[in-house]
Design a binder for this molecule. Structure first.
Ligand SMILES: *[C@@H]1O[C@H](CO)[C@@H](O)[C@H](O)[C@H]1NC(C)=O
Length: 334
């Protein structure tokens, strides 16, 4: 099985769901999907814009992969807060439609600029175009990504290259091009990279993505140390599964995998686009001007929940605990 999903949305759910919904439906787990955990009521989402009105007035924000999914959500929030946004990806028609929709919603101009982040010359042309439209940006969000699931023994050099080109090369080319020009014009900026929780743990079956995202984390941590002297901040958000419209209807039409995934989230639900958008806006704003080199895991507790070896004990009922206590107490020689 080799499923190619090239997307500019680094939504963990997109690809893990392909693999796992296939797996669960093929082993018949659908019938035992648990109901959503009641604790989700404690963690109800607030998606309204968090920062004060005008927090990004007179600011320019550049968002790669801004046409869809999480990139679109972050662009909408920044635009609502007064930023003039420039969104970039390969698909100009998608970008233009998003730009128009967001502009008419917020009243602030959103520009669409075609850019293939894999190509340094294209990146340079895209930045030329942005400079003439808006000037250099104050906020840069590297959100463009691509991924597919594949057993690594089936991975071809081209499969490896296609993902590393978009994720690692793409982020590096955007960051180098903008960084050099900003330094030249003595302008400070906030750089943000959207990676993934498995940039840290690694993950089987998405090895090029895990490797490239780990590279992006290293790039941004390194530059946080090196380019502070030029007025540049570098931070990283590692999102867990965030629900976006298109992905779920195509990859999990029955909704059965979603329930299974939710059952292992300590917060009992998936993330919402508006939640990561508020975090990204905060990190990119002057309220976070002391934040640099930060790696923020934003996953509803999924990472620690999957990592702790005793965490499955949450399935033990109170009656079973009573029995276990009795057994433990009666164990001799303890
Ligand atoms: C990344 O960019 C370099 C040029 O800097 C290029 O040689 C290489 O083929 C690109 N792709 C990968 C996967 O390294």
């Amino acid at each position: 099985m080799f499923i190619l999903i090239l997307t500019f949305v680094p939504n963990v759910f997109w690809f893990s769901s392909v693999l796992q919904s296939w797996f669960h439906s093929s082993v018949g787990l659908r019938s035992i999907s648990p109901p959503p955990p009641p604790q989700s009521e404690f963690f109800s989402p607030v998606e309204g814009v968090m920062l004060p009105k005008g927090a990004f007035n007179n600011r320019v924000a550049f968002i790669t992969g801004g046409g869809t999914g999480l990139g679109r959500a972050m662009t909408t929030t920044l635009s609502q807060l007064g930023a003039q946004c420039v969104i970039a990806s390969r698909k100009l028609d998608v970008l233009q439609q998003t730009a128009e929709e967001i502009s008419s919603q917020t009243g602030n101009k959103v520009h669409a600029v075609q850019c293939d982040v894999r190509d340094p010359q294209a990146v340079s042309r895209c930045v030329d175009q942005m400079e003439s439209l808006t000037g250099l940006p104050d906020v840069i969000i590297n959100n463009a990504a691509g991924n597919f699931v594949c057993p690594t023994e089936r991975l071809s050099p081209n499969g490896w290259k296609s993902i590393v080109d978009i994720v690692l090369n793409g982020t590096a080319f955007i960051t180098l091009e903008l960084g050099k020009r900003l330094i030249q014009s003595q302008k400070g900026a906030s750089f943000l990279a959207i990676t993934t929780i498995y940039a840290e743990s690694g993950s089987g079956f998405v090895v090029p993505s895990a490797s490239a995202k780990a590279g992006v984390d290293a790039l941004y941590k390194s530059l946080a140390a090196e380019w502070g002297r030029y007025g540049h901040r570098f931070n990283i958000i590692q999102p867990g599964p965030i629900k976006t419209k298109g992905a779920f209807s195509r990859l999990d039409p029955t909704g059965s995998f979603e329930k299974l995934m939710i059952s292992r989230m300590p917060t009992g639900r998936l993330g919402k686009p508006g939640e990561i958008a508020n975090l990204a806006a905060y990190i990119s704003s002057d309220y976070a001007s002391w934040m640099s080199g930060a790696v923020i895991r934003f996953d509803g507790g999924e990472y620690v929940s999957m990592a702790g070896e005793f965490n499955e004990l949450h399935r033990v009922t109170p009656d079973q605990w009573k029995m276990m206590e009795t057994m433990i107490r009666s164990t001799k020689g303890s």
